[in-house]
Design a protein around this ligand. Structure first.
Ligand SMILES: [Zn+2]
Length: 311
């Protein structure tokens, strides 16, 4: 056997062993590689955690007490979006004031509309309160109301779409994502009856709110949260509008005003003093109120706070 051929075969063997050892060493890393997920808002982040659990790393851009319409972008948002395998956003104009410039800077083609790495929650959702006339540029709901995630039946649909995205990008854990999604849906279904029951005797009562955040929640549970301290979504209350609100609240005996952590509670208190109403602080986001660390606990708390205050 020629010496050259012998050496070459030895080198081939060595190379084969090196490759095999490297592969075996890397296997656990490959098996444990997590999906990098970015959610724009804490409620979407909670749904992603329900589905992905330990198989994902997640960054949530907005804090629980941020106004979801107006987030101050931080430089690390761009880096997170650049590295992301999946982006979950609400859509329907909710993040239109701050997300598009970040996505442009992040230059991540995986997050494009229609890609497996993009879950735009509003797709397939029938939006409520779509304006019939041209709205002011400052209106925060120009294409319809974007606060649909707080409806738990809608949340189940979003959870399914998140599971589909995770499965497409990480098919080896398809059964895991599917099982977690079903578990979440079962948990929501188990609660729905109790949530509906809590509002059973409160169907015709009207409630006021600072911002129009609750039409989907109200529709789901047969409530009427339909008078707002803001003259239009995202525009601050004016004295003339508040005068109208006070007159209407007195006339219709509205005794409850919902205010979220990032809204001006002093204005709500002022209206409450003129109408003998009660101000109730609520949040649509996990972590926005004490005792709400996930999506289901947010809905649970909302139902309890509202039902107790309306009785
Ligand atoms: Zn809004």
């Amino acid at each position: 056997m020629p010496a050259v051929a012998y050496l070459s075969r030895n080198r081939q063997k060595a190379l084969f062993h090196y490759s095999l050892t490297s592969f075996l060493l890397l296997c656990p890393l490959i098996a444990q590689a997590k999906l990098h997920v970015v959610a724009t808002l804490p409620d979407l982040g909670s749904l992603a955690r329900e589905i992905g659990k330990e198989k994902i790393d997640i960054v949530v851009l907005a804090k629980p007490n941020d106004d979801p319409h107006f987030i101050d972008p931080r430089p690390d948002f761009v880096a997170s979006l650049h590295d992301a395998d999946v982006l979950i956003d609400a859509g329907a104009g909710l993040e239109v004031g701050w997300l598009p410039p970040l996505l442009e800077k992040a230059r991540n083609p995986q997050l494009g509309i229609g890609k497996s790495g993009r879950v735009k929650a509003s797709q397939g959702i029938r939006l409520m309160n779509i304006p019939t006339t041209v709205t002011r540029a400052s209106d925060a709901h120009p294409s319809g109301n974007p606060h649909f995630i707080v409806d738990p039946v809608v949340a189940k649909t979003i959870a399914q779409r998140i599971a589909k995205s995770f499965t497409a990008l990480d098919p080896s854990n398809a059964a895991f994502y599917d099982a977690n999604c079903k578990k979440f849906e079962t948990a929501i279904d188990a609660k729905l009856q109790w949530w509906r029951g809590a509002f059973q005797l409160l169907q015709d009562q009207h409630v006021a709110a600072y911002h129009d955040s609750w039409p989907y929640f109200a529709h789901r549970f047969g409530l009427k949260i339909d008078i707002f301290l803001e003259p239009s979504p995202g525009n601050p209350p004016t004295p003339s509008h508040l005068t109208e609100v006070i007159q209407k609240m007195k006339r219709d005996h509205i005794k409850l005003i919902l205010v979220e952590p990032y809204q001006d509670r002093r204005i709500a208190e002022k209206v409450a003093r003129s109408t003998e109403a009660t101000v109730v602080e609520v949040s649509q986001f996990p972590g926005g109120m004490p005792g709400t660390d996930n999506y289901t606990s947010v809905v649970n708390q909302l139902v309890k706070l509202l039902a107790d205050a309306m009785k």
